[in-house]
Ligand binder design. Sequence first.
Ligand code: GPK
Length: 817
Amino acid sequence: GQEKWPKGDEKSWKAAMRDLHTDLPEVTRSIVNHVQTSLARAPYNIDDFGAYQAAALSVRDNLIVNWNATQLEYSRKSPKRAYYLSLEFLMGRTLSNALLNLGLLDNYSSSLSSLGFSLEDVLVQERDAALGNGGLGRLAACYLDSSATQELPYGIFQQLIKADDGSQLEAPDPWLDHQNPWELPRLDITYEVRFYGNAQRWSEGTGRATWSGGQEVLAVAYDVMIPGYGTKCTNNLRLWESKPKRGFDLQSFNAGNYERAVESSNSAAAITSVLYPNDHTSFGKELRLKQQYFWTAASLADIMRRFKHLEKPISEFADYNAIQLNDTHPTLSIVELMRILLDEEELTWDNAWTIVTNTFFFTNHTVLPEALEKWPVPLMEHLLPRHMQIIFDIKKFPGDREKFSRLSLIEEGFPKQVRMANLAVVGSKKVNGVAELHSDLVKKNLLPDFVDFYGKSKFGNVTNGITPRRWLDQCNPSLSALITDTLKLDRNVWLKDLYKLEGLVAHLDDPQFQARWAAVKHQNKERLALFVERQLGLKVNADAMFDVQIKRLHEYKRQTLNILGVIHRYLLIKNKTPEERKKIVKKVVFFAGKAAPGYYIAKLTIRLIVNVARVINADPDTSQYLSLFFLPDYSVSLAEILIPASDISQHISTAGTEASGTSNMKFCLNGGLLVGTVDGANIEIAEEVGEDNVFFFGHLTPDVEDLRYQHTYHPVPVEQKSPALAHVLNAVSSGIFGGDGVYEPLLNTIRQGDFYILTEDFDSYIRALEMVDEAYADRTEWTKKSIRTTAKMGKFSSDRAIQDYAQEYWNVESIKL
Ligand code: GPK
């Protein structure tokens, strides 16, 4: 909008400004008012970004009213509260979601257009709040939406692709370059958080101690309002920023040592200044442990303060509070609550432990060993001496010592390490995985000793879910409208009860409905094509099949299998005569995703994808049949464009490694079909939509271990196992995609060891893709598959998942406002 600046319709602005007794809509007046007062800008002298800021502030006024009413009602009724403790919240944009949930989309759209702006252009001004890495962080955001519908950091780095060699570059996330209208600083709500110092035990046998000295840091609250859909209920996401307790050390300053004076304040502020960009790994860095304790200690102090206001006996703590741990990252809160109950409330060990183990619930999100957090005992003793004492005391507990010792919280070695997953299990009332298969693997492979000790009933499953508000209505408004029209139901009925989508099955054979369904998909493909053309300056054929894989780069997710499959297809097409080529199903392949900055193989995979794209998109023999795009800087907002446009998407992890996956649900909800392994939630999706609507391939979970064993002890060359794959690997080695040998380390992960069994799965993967081609050739049948898939996705609403947690775990009930 910069070029048309100042922008806007002067007459409307002037009318709105004149005074309050104009008959302009309230929304218009509110926007104009914010331009003049909050933004202190001259009338109609704003660009799209200014219009976004003013609209956001105006919507925020509405949110605040509901949010206050909700919090007041909670105080009045003192219900049991559930807390979702997470180090990640991958929120994306807020304005459009707030407008939808408040039911104000149409009002703001028309007010903005009366002022000379388009809602669509204004919405895209907002930067994503990317306080998370991937699935785990996005799940937390979906659960916030669902809780409300029924309760400062920098974000993830920005990904750039280097023009010369196609590799990933990381840049700081500019998210907070401007003030963020969605978070309310609560400078009055602060807690002191201690690090280091000494823990002095009281007399023997009390289990108590005094922790003093060290460094104290202030935690300052920032609140983000989370509106429910079709309700006034507006819950709170409370974030914490670290601040130095004292501005700086005056003594050092007076002594002329300025560096020293600001040192402590710098280190205090550093705690919440970065999001660790690693996904599925634990590095043992002191700052990360500091973050984990800082966030959980502040949250617990806050929970305790709120509980104290109720003036109930401390023994009833667990009747008023349930705390869900999003993976092991906030596990120290278990130890922190013990510390508070023992040292501050002066409870006995047994009474404190009873409260703790009735308060906490633990969700595991992966069985990959590299993701299981362990903290060196010496580091813990140094940073959190009191907590380390308590962990040692938990270890001595309880009756059946010999059996309990197998559940070791401490791993032997140099140094000894605290196993956070074990601590989380011992300190929680219930433990769950995130899909049926994963929850079984948690019981059988990850924690069998704990299942022995506690019995099966402590271990459950809550299959993940996604919010249909963002992941259907907002990202795919045309499909949402078609569904509403077809079901003859108000959209706020089916958006709140997603099983209602089954009503679409009755229209499966209606040719008119099929045509409208296909037209919506095509329109979304055009929208993506336009986006790619604007962003990358490249043309995309929206009539081709769109094949999408978008997720964090990780060997277990096997983006490598996908790109090798693309190369295989390219080589096949290249070898065909022009006449033969006419029969080929045209296809466009999209990738997006970030690699952790230190993950060498994952970064090499990106580089290979980018360079393969450069070669095949420029090849006149093949480019009209196959093209390939790596879209940089994957984000929630980019997902909202890609997902509605897919015909097929890839969820191809080595069986048994992807705990659930949640984008698989998003694609299917938008009528895209899956190519996948028999893993995670793919299995449950197939159960719902029917196996003939999912393209499964590959070995099953129980085979994987054997195959790895054979690889190690009876290795067979790739040439023998899969000549097709060997041919592809050789093509890359030969240098046709450039790189001068740089890809060898990536190729060698397959030639030697092949931990993720690409060799064993390659041929059946290629067959699955051929089946996709065949099915896609019959477009009417394909559309019917697409409709049936969407129709059967009711189970995967995060509303269902949150109800599971509320009933089976937290024992909390909804509050009617
Ligand atoms: C699991 F352990 C982790 C992790 O560190 N990060 C992350 O995003 C994901 N996850 C799983 O990989 C997905 O299968 C799952 O759907 C998601 O968590 C939410 O449960």
